[in-house]
Write a protein that binds this ligand. Structure first.
Ligand code: FAD
Length: 426
């Protein structure tokens, strides 16, 4: 049995290791298009800060790790998949035949159509190559303009500040982290960043980037302002890296569409991680959720199915915990609420605390929080566990801070979080 895995990020590596564990005699080929050994993008902020070197980002430390597992590594880019012939075409001219295929190609940064995006000194922050380019310009005192204040944008702000740069952030949404946080939470995060010395523009677009003599950049904003920068970082979102699947017969919506086994519409072809649109049992929808815990779990479940077990994805975790220059916020599930749902909100601006809970019936279906680190696990348990709160729904509406009591009384009594998804042999 030949398993071909496209993409050598966390999903690809975890899938290869899981397959090897359960199928000692199968052949595994891991195809990745980046020059470095498999690494974690999540570690890039630590590299930017200087806490680790590049080797510290590598997913597995031993140089012989993959050889020892008999995982054949191919450095090439997949350019096409022929589902009927069960082959993959690579950009180095090779054609790989497979019995089982895993698409784990992750996502790539969205490139906004702004004049000047190709200018030297304009970079996304997605790969190790990007990180090197950023470090070359983000010297102490350098003027850095970051486009985008979403999940990734907020994560890298901390690293940039620690590099001692003068940071401006431009977000076209009306608040920071607009796809994860409501207006109150987004406003608190903005004020917090401003208090840390970051110039934040919300409701503002970058209209053009103009290279200046000496390597500086002049950035024109929609409000009429012009910002001089030595480095522009584009953190304007990511999209599944699935263009090569066009004409493959594999159904793609926003990402590669998969069922609860992570299998696509083509038997024997699976997808996992940032490129996958996976079935979420909790919401009953398919979701692309580009965060690493989902990538890891989806890879594990896909790999088990690839070796003949029956494994189901429990759900797509919509859990985002964000550290923005030290302000901890969280966004879980349907944080914007659902039709016919109920809502309660508690805000203490002086204490930097905010809780917004969304209910449907007697279940907590989503929430936003700022400054409530102690309840993160409880919020996750209640939302993902679809815990029936009973009388605790009204108690929480009267006092949202009683989340821990509600969890202890409801979730544990109902035996939630007994463990991850079940697996059994086919
Ligand atoms: C700066 C930064 C910070 C982050 N912080 C967090 C965090 O705090 N928490 C969190 O949960 N997530 C975080 N993420 C997101 C996290 O890194 C991703 O969710 C995770 O990397 C997804 O893993 P993956 O294996 O699906 O995709 P990837 O890690 O993107 O790996 C996919 C690999 O496939 C390769 N590839 C793509 N197309 C092809 C092709 N056609 N042929 C061959 N190879 C191909 C890619 O080059 C890449 O090497 C962060 C990301 C960044 C950039």
């Amino acid at each position: 049995m030949h398993h071909v895995i496209l993409g050598a990020g966390p999903s690809g590596v975890i899938a290869a290791e899981t397959i090897r564990k359960h199928a000692p005699l199968d052949t595994i080929t891991l195809v990745g298009d980046e020059a470095e050994p498999p690494y974690s993008r999540m570690a890039i902020p630590y590299l930017l800060i200087g806490n680790i070197d590049e080797r510290g980002t590598y997913l597995r430390k031993g140089a012989s790790h993959y050889d020892a597992l008999r995982v054949r590594q191919v450095r090439a880019r997949a350019t096409a998949v022929d589902s009927a012939r069960r082959t993959v075409t690579l950009d180095d001219g090779q054609t790989l035949a497979f019995d089982k295929l895993l698409i784990a190609t992750g996502s790539h940064p969205v490139r906004p159509p702004i004049p000047g995006m190709d200018a030297p000194g304009v970079h996304p922050c997605w790969t190790l190559e990007d990180a090197r380019a950023i470090m070359a310009r983000a010297k102490p005192g350098a003027r850095v303009l970051q486009m985008g204040a979403g999940f990734i944008g907020c994560i890298i702000m901390e690293a940039l500040k620690q590099r001692g740069v003068a940071l401006s952030v431009v977000e076209m949404g009306d608040r920071m982290v607009p796809r994860m946080m409501g207006p109150t939470a987004g406003g608190m995060i903005k004020r917090w960043c401003e208090a840390q010395g970051v110039k934040v523009y919300t409701g503002t677009r970058v209209e053009a980037i103009e290279p200046q003599a000496g390597g500086a950049l002049r950035v024109k904003l929609s409000g009429g302002d012009t910002v001089e920068a030595d480095l522009v970082i584009s953190a304007t979102g990511v999209r599944p890296a699935i263009g090569f699947l066009k004409d493959s017969g594999i159904t793609c919506l926003q990402g590669v569409l998969t069922d609860e086994h992570l299998q696509t519409n083509v038997p024997g072809i699976y997808a996992a991680g940032d490129c996958a649109e996976a079935y979420d049992k909790v919401s009953g929808k398919t979701i692309v959720s580009a965060i690493q815990p989902n990538a890891a779990e989806q890879a594990r479940v896909a790999a088990l199915n690839m070796v003949g077990q029956v494994a189901e994805l429990k759900g797509v975790t919509q859990i985002n915990v964000l550290d923005t220059l030290g302000m901890i916020s969280a966004s879980f599930g349907n944080w914007e609420g659902v039709p016919g749902g109920e809502h309660v909100e508690l805000t203490d601006l002086n204490a930097g605390r905010h809780l917004s809970l969304q209910f449907k019936g007697d279940q907590l279906v989503g929430c936003n929080s700022v400054g409530w680190t102690e309840h993160v696990g409880v919020m996750r348990g209640l939302v993902e566990g679809q815990v029936k709160l009973g009388e605790w729904k009204d108690k929480l509406k009267a006092d949202p801070t009683r989340l821990m009591d509600a969890y202890l009384a409801s979730a544990q009594a109902q035996g939630h979080w007994a463990g991850a998804g079940d697996t059994r042999r086919r």
